[in-house]
Design a binder for this molecule. Structure first.
Ligand SMILES: Cc1ncc(COP(=O)(O)O)c(C=O)c1O
Length: 375
């Protein structure tokens, strides 16, 4: 299918990277990296050049997210998947509650469930349905996923705010991996807000950012002083003490930190409100298109739960998205816009991450419409 389709030259996109992560890294960020290669790449992460870079990232993120005093930006190797385990081992006392609505929120739940001393419970919805987390008594850790990358469902009712007298012993945590930066969430009401930087923050993977409240820092200290065995690579004590010195516990990929910093600077020029507004505009373009064609439909039925970061659009089974993806990739129009494999749907999954332009999304949807309508 789509083998005979010719992409009109006037509609060619300027960049084919519409995937949901790893995401489009601007070329000028890569050039900026090349320009500092001799003074930065291949130098020690314990020396000023790299530590100053880490500090710039930490300060830049504090500014972008309006992080309150007393919170700390913790950096480390391993990404959000590692944090699922690291949080389970070092931040949960014994009872966690998980709001799950797709593969990543489920992965986090299973990471806690496999720890023998944690009683992990989940409140879940069918994939594609929205979820509204609420505070519930009896748990010391509540887990929410800001944007479920596998289904394109976002949580628009975060943070979960416990009543004043119930706040003492519960930490609220948000995996913000594919939403951080362009889906709003008031960090002052969250204790553990984390993400991998290969999505909106346009860097490479294998790294994590975790913004922790004073309460979360205190919990980490208490658990690390207990006699629970925690591998050094997953020790909050090591991650926190190194981050406070603007370094990571073990050697990081310096280029990842550099690219992250370039993106933080770029987004700080606009500020979060403006970045969110742009994301909403791009998401509206995609969802309006899906609603205007009889062969398309929005996978997420509740409007408020439709992600403004990752749009999932079902395509009539008559038109194979796999074949469409092959044609788009061959013509260098778009890469990686098929459905999450395990979801197994004939679906487009297109990101609206900050570096993807509105104009390119307009061209992409015109090309897809033409390709389908010419079949
Ligand atoms: C919501 C969410 N959480 C966690 C992860 C895992 O991130 P990583 O592969 O960087 O560990 C992803 C990856 O796509 C994600 O989308």
């Amino acid at each position: 299918m789509f083998e005979q389709f010719e992409v009109p030259k006037s509609l060619m996109t300027s960049d084919p990277r519409f995937g949901v992560g790893p995401s489009l890294i601007p070329e000028n960020h890569v050039h900026a990296l090349a320009n500092v290669s001799k003074s930065l790449l291949g130098t020690s992460h314990r020396k000023p050049a790299v530590r100053n870079l880490c500090k710039e990232v930490q300060d830049g993120l504090k500014k972008y997210f309006a992080v309150p005093d007393g919170y700390e930006v913790i950096l480390g190797n391993g990404g959000a998947t590692l944090l699922f385990d690291m949080i389970a081992l070092g931040l949960v006392k014994n009872k966690s509650l998980h709001y799950t609505m797709g593969e990543f929120s489920q992965k986090w739940f299973h990471a806690h469930k496999s720890v023998p001393w944690i009683d992990a419970e989940e409140i879940s919805v069918e994939y594609g349905k929205g979820i509204k987390p609420a505070y519930k008594e009896g748990y010391d850790f509540i887990c929410c996923t800001l944007n479920e990358t596998s289904t394109g469902v976002m949580i628009n009712s975060l943070p979960v705010v416990p009543a004043k007298n119930e706040t003492d012993d519960v930490l609220i945590s948000v995996d913000a991996t594919s939403g951080a930066g362009q889906i709003p969430c008031d960090i002052s009401k969250v204790d553990v807000y984390f993400f991998s930087p290969q999505k909106v923050f346009a860097s490479d993977g294998g790294f994590f950012v975790c913004i922790m409240s004073p309460k979360a820092l205190k919990r980490a200290k208490e658990i690390s002083e207990s006699d629970t065995y925690i591998p050094k690579t997953m020790s909050w004590d090591h991650a926190i003490s190194n981050s406070l010195k603007n370094q990571t516990y073990n050697t990081p990929a310096i280029s990842t930190i550099f690219l992250l910093n370039e993106q933080v600077k770029l987004m700080n020029k606009l500020g979060e409100d403006k970045v969110v507004e742009l994301a909403k505009r791009k998401a509206a373009l995609l969802y309006d298109w899906a609603q205007s064609k009889e062969y398309l439909s929005c996978f997420v039925s509740e409007k408020d739960s439709r992600s403004i970061s990752v749009a999932t659009i079902d395509v009539d089974d008559k038109y194979s998205v796999d074949d469409l993806e092959v044609m788009l990739a061959k013509n260098e129009v778009a890469y990686d816009i098929g459905s999450y494999r395990k979801l197994g749907r004939n679906q487009l999954r297109i990101s609206t991450f900050h570096n993807i332009s509105f104009e390119d999304l307009e061209k992409l949807i015109q090309i897809i419409s033409l390709a389908i309508e010419n079949e």
